[in-house]
Design a protein around this ligand. Structure first.
Ligand code: SF4
Length: 177
């Protein structure tokens, strides 16, 4: 059985705050990160180019790679800093996200904003997205084939941003609508 969401959120905020304080003491973390760089290539190989967020979005186009696309009003790609240290990943867009084409803008978004404020962060300083970018009908859980179809985009987003910490927001997303 799951814990009280408020307690769960408070614990998450406290853990993140503690981690940020620790990293700052070590001089490792500013609120903004550096641009992503590719790992060193093997000898004789050209460095691999990491697609930017804009390039990834352009590649997706009007995506029809899984059965979620006909029911979705908008593709919810993600938003925030391309060099964020913290990345938040929800499960799937809800009704309000689908309408606006932006992640975490409903009740869950307000909770997330409060959580970020408690951490001394603004939304623009982190990156927020979902595992699947199109709303599942009736807010059901995304199915394995849908996740598999969309996951390459999320992996590319993570590679482009190279966050230090990834926070998953399944519980918030589940209770948005
Ligand atoms: S959920 Fe992902 S893979 Fe499926 S249609 Fe939307 S963007 Fe494409």
């Amino acid at each position: 059985m799951r814990e009280d969401p408020v307690r769960e959120l408070a614990a998450l905020v406290e853990s993140l705050s503690e981690w940020l304080r620790y990293q700052r003491r070590l001089g490792r973390v500013g609120l903004r990160g550096e641009p992503a760089v590719a790992a060193s290539p093997a000898a004789g190989q050209a460095p691999e180019k990491i697609p930017t967020l804009e390039e990834i979005r352009a590649e997706m186009g009007q995506c029809r790679r899984c059965k979620l696309y006909p029911g979705a009003k908008n593709l919810v790609f993600g938003e925030g800093s391309a060099s964020a240290r913290l990345m938040f990943i929800g499960e799937a867009p809800g009704a309000e996200e689908d309408l606006q084409g932006r992640p975490f803008v409903g009740a869950a978004g307000q909770l997330l904003n409060r959580m970020l404020n408690n951490l001394g962060l603004q939304r623009e300083e982190v990156y927020i997205t979902n595992v699947v970018k199109s709303r599942p009908p009736g807010n059901r859980d995304p199915e394995p084939d849908e996740i598999a179809a969309c996951l390459p985009y999320l992996k590319k987003q993570i590679a482009a941003i190279q966050p230090r910490v990834i926070v998953t927001l399944e519980y918030l997303a589940e209770h948005e609508d």
